[in-house]
Write a protein that binds this ligand. Structure first.
Ligand code: NAD
Ligand code: ZN
Length: 241
């Protein structure tokens, strides 16, 4: 019997900005094509940072500060419940890969979690390579806690940079029999290509998104609606409730 027809053992979940939308965190490209009023090229590329570091630092300082005003929603909480219960039942492996730079998955309780595009609450020293946890502002050039240089940038993977944890992600997708993509537009690579890897690995694939993503035709099944409603229902299904 093919892996497509049996109960899943190894699950890989990919989330994007849509999973945090109901927490009040705006998605990447709103209806106006902008990210919080900015063109993506002005705040999310290494070139933008070289051109106008003050603007880019302020942009991420604002996003970091806004984390204290938002809470995990029902979708984050359901994925954390799945994390705990899947491990407790020793049913197989589970990995949550997020493109999000917010901290709502970990605040909900997810532990098997990789931030492939970095984290707002981490800085990256371009002098010594350290990546210290960071709560405050990076504007004003605070010193790196490791080398003392004022060379800290947000630890965010910008367009043109290599996402984090790609080896671990590739290994998990190779071994998965269920791949679920939640709240992502399917426009940003390499994440948008994970569904094709998962299919090649023989996994069943499911999309949960407000509307059909760019890659919706690649999925075996698509459910369209708000993540805060659909994800808890899906988690109940997987756990056999
Ligand atoms: P995206 O903004 O390109 O796409 C979001 C998708 O979520 C859209 O298809 C939209 O229809 C869907 N969506 C919106 N509300 C939803 C809801 N309530 N339930 C389910 N789906 C919903 O986001 P992306 O694909 O993650 O790519 C954007 C990039 O922007 C990522 O690299 C990420 O690092 C960055 N980003 C992160 C955050 C965050 O950390 N919360 C926010 C904005 C952007
Ligand atoms: Zn340093």
């Amino acid at each position: 019997m093919s892996a497509r027809n049996v109960a899943p053992r190894n699950i890989v979940i990919l989330t994007g900005a849509g999973v945090s939308a109901e927490s009040g965190v705006p998605t990447f490209r709103g209806p106006d094509g902008l990210w919080e009023g900015h063109r993506v090229e002005d705040v999310a590329t290494p070139e933008a940072f070289a051109r106008n570091p003050a603007l880019v630092q302020r942009f991420y300082d604002d996003r970091r500060a806004a984390l204290s005003r938002v809470e995990p929603n029902a979708a984050h909480r359901a994925l954390a419940r799945l994390d705990t219960e899947w491990a407790a039942a020793s049913r197989g492996d589970l990995l949550l890969i997020t493109q999000n730079v917010d901290n709502l998955h970990e605040r909900a309780g997810s532990t098997r979690l990789l931030h492939m595009h970095g984290e707002l609450q981490r800085a990256l020293c371009t002098g010594c390579g350290a990546a210290p946890g960071w709560q405050g502002a990076l504007s004003g050039g605070p010193p790196c806690p490791c080398c003392g240089a004022a060379k800290l940038r947000p630890d965010i993977v910008w367009f043109g940079e290599m996402p984090y944890h790609m080896d671990a992600i590739a290994a998990a997708i190779d071994a998965c029999d269920l791949f679920v993509s939640i709240g992502t537009s399917g426009a940003v690579y390499p994440a948008a290509g994970f569904v094709a890897w998962a299919r090649d690995a023989g996994a069943r694939t499911l999309e949960i998104n407000l509307d059909p993503s760019a890659g919706t035709a690649m999925f075996d099944e698509a459910r369209h609606g708000p993540a805060g409603t659909l994800v808890p229902l899906w988690v109940d299904e997987v756990l056999g409730r």
